[in-house]
Design a protein around this ligand. Structure first.
Ligand code: NDP
Length: 244
């Protein structure tokens, strides 16, 4: 039997891209999925489509920069399905630009969503997972946590932070908490829409010539989820084959 069937999986940033693909794949494989993001009309559509296929799915509006929202999202997962087995901290933004342009508001937003959003997720779900005897955090990082490229200093910094937080959580998690970092290369999604600087947008389009479908990352996530409870997949890096 699949280790995915029956698991309660809460996913932040499930309204598009990787989060949406993960929600759809895990639901197809029998997970009970809980979708969170700000664009609730998108979530509604995905949940309706999944339910029409007899999959178990619910959604709640979520802004990961608001700690109360994240607490309420995890509570909602537990109220809906009785527990939370997996929290996928996936919500993220990538408004890249050179440091000298001083887009300080965008730096703040990246820190709030990409770092604090993950920390709020851990704060909300860790006590419940401990109480219920185990759980699994899947934190979506990036190859940007391995290599800094032009215009990506702050974005990379947030993803380096996600890796550090994940490793700390793994060490503190004891025998029952699993922690997986997923590090995608360029993947089809709406992420580049968060770039406001036109020159950076053009540079990134060039860089993202070889690109993965979001389903490829969803399959990597499913691989980590489906391992037996005593197997903790710590990191998966997925790049397009054509990326040098
Ligand atoms: P998308 O832009 O398609 O998805 C991002 C998701 O995050 C959306 O569902 C969005 O929903 C959500 N989100 C953004 N801000 C918030 C917020 N404040 N509160 C709650 N949800 C929020 O991009 P991806 O699917 O690519 O991004 C998913 C993750 O993958 C990110 O962490 C990203 O850094 C990472 N990643 C992506 C790569 C790529 O090439 N695509 C490569 C490496 C890593 P909404 O706007 O409705 O709130």
């Amino acid at each position: 039997m699949s280790n995915i069937r029956g698991k309660v999986v809460a996913i932040t940033g499930a309204s598009s891209g990787i989060g949406e693909a993960a929600a759809r794949l895990l639901a197809e494989r029998g997970a009970k999925v809980v979708l969170g993001a700000r664009r609730t009309e998108r979530l509604e559509t995905i949940v309706r489509e999944l339910r029409a296929r007899d999959r178990e799915a619910v959604h709640q509006r979520l802004d990961v920069t608001a700690r109360g929202d994240v607490e309420s999202f995890v509570r909602f997962a537990c109220q809906s399905f009785g527990r939370v087995d997996v929290l996928i901290n996936n919500a993220g933004i990538m408004p890249l630009s050179p440091l000298e342009q001083r887009h300080v508001d965008e730096w703040d937003r990246m820190i709030d969503v990409n770092i604090k959003g993950v920390l709020y997720g851990i704060a909300a779900a860790l006590p419940r997972m401990k109480e219920q005897g185990g759980g699994h955090f899947i934190n979506v990082s990036s190859i940007a946590a391995h290599r800094v490229v032009h215009t990506a200093a702050v974005y990379s910094a947030t993803k380096f932070a996600v890796n550090a937080i994940s490793e700390g959580l793994r060490q503190e998690g004891g025998e029952t908490i699993r922690v997986t970092v997923i590090s995608p290369g360029p993947t089809t999604s709406e992420l580049p829409n968060t770039i406001s600087d036109p020159a950076t947008k053009a540079f990134v389009e060039q860089y993202r010539k070889a690109i993965l479908p979001a389903e490829a990352i969803a399959r990597a996530i499913a691989f980590a989820v489906e391992q037996p409870a005593d197997v903790d997949v710590n990191e998966i890096i997925v790049r397009p084959t054509a990326q040098g």
